[in-house]
Design a protein around this ligand. Sequence first.
Ligand SMILES: [Zn+2]
Length: 325
Amino acid sequence: MNAREWSLRIADLARREHCALVDLLLALAEFDRLAVYRQLGFASLFDFLHREVGLSRGSAYYRQVAARLVGQFPEVAEPLRDGRLCISNVVQLAKVMTDENRAAVMPQFFHCSKEEAKQVVAELLPAEVVPRRTVVTEVPLLARQDASPVIVQPVGRDLIQSEGARPVLEVRRTVVEPLTRQETRIHITVSPAFMTLLKKARAGQSHVQPGATDEQVLTAALELLIEKQEKRKASVPAKVKREVRVRDEGKCQWPLDSGGICGSTLRLEIDHVVPRGRGGPSTTPNCRILCKPHNLESARRVYGDPHMDLFTRSAPMAREAEAPV
Ligand SMILES: [Zn+2]
């Protein structure tokens, strides 16, 4: 088989996979409508699929939901067959499809990733109450064999130390769950070191932004990180440096409370008036000459002392790395 033949073969198998799935769902829809599973002693189609057919819980659940949707709205079958819809999106579609919106809603799920499909659902069906809080939960210690829901225990203070038991093999991924058009919930599995950093940053930030949420603290941290990355990526063009140097006459432009400017000619750096981390460009109007102490002061006014203290203590960052004039 050459590569072209192989490709055709794979494409053909994929088509057959879609068709087989639709055939299964159509059969299940009928099986479900007549409640044949009950004659076999099962309480639900899910039970039948899991225990009798041997599907995993997840697989059984997806097929039960999809079969019911196909039974109710037969037009779902065709896009499943030709690949515009996949089964995980059908499960999302089932949350919002009604007699009234059936024609308009289904196409919104075509060719969606799972995350995109969740976003569509969130937009159509905004969560009524969106909790805006951070819940720290201990990762369960014993490996789970099935897909039963994890019981999470909100912990008010710090992470509970795990004792003795072997740690669960936890997949370290970020789960993103769109709630509404404006709000998204993320679940991140983190280490004790991360919690320590977050706690430290939050405590520090409390002087600048009293009552700052974790989102605000993390946003400030990300802005600093991005500014650092931007600096590494794009230094100030030589032409801009030249123009700024001429315009500012090689002197620190920091305005003094008493009027006038600092005027220092020592340890000069190029400062961005609107910081790069906040989208400020490396252009002549947005750049000025500052002495190193005033450059640091400028950063402190933007990001707050505690944050700059964290950075200037642990790693000379941002302002330290400003382009020398
Ligand atoms: Zn100065």
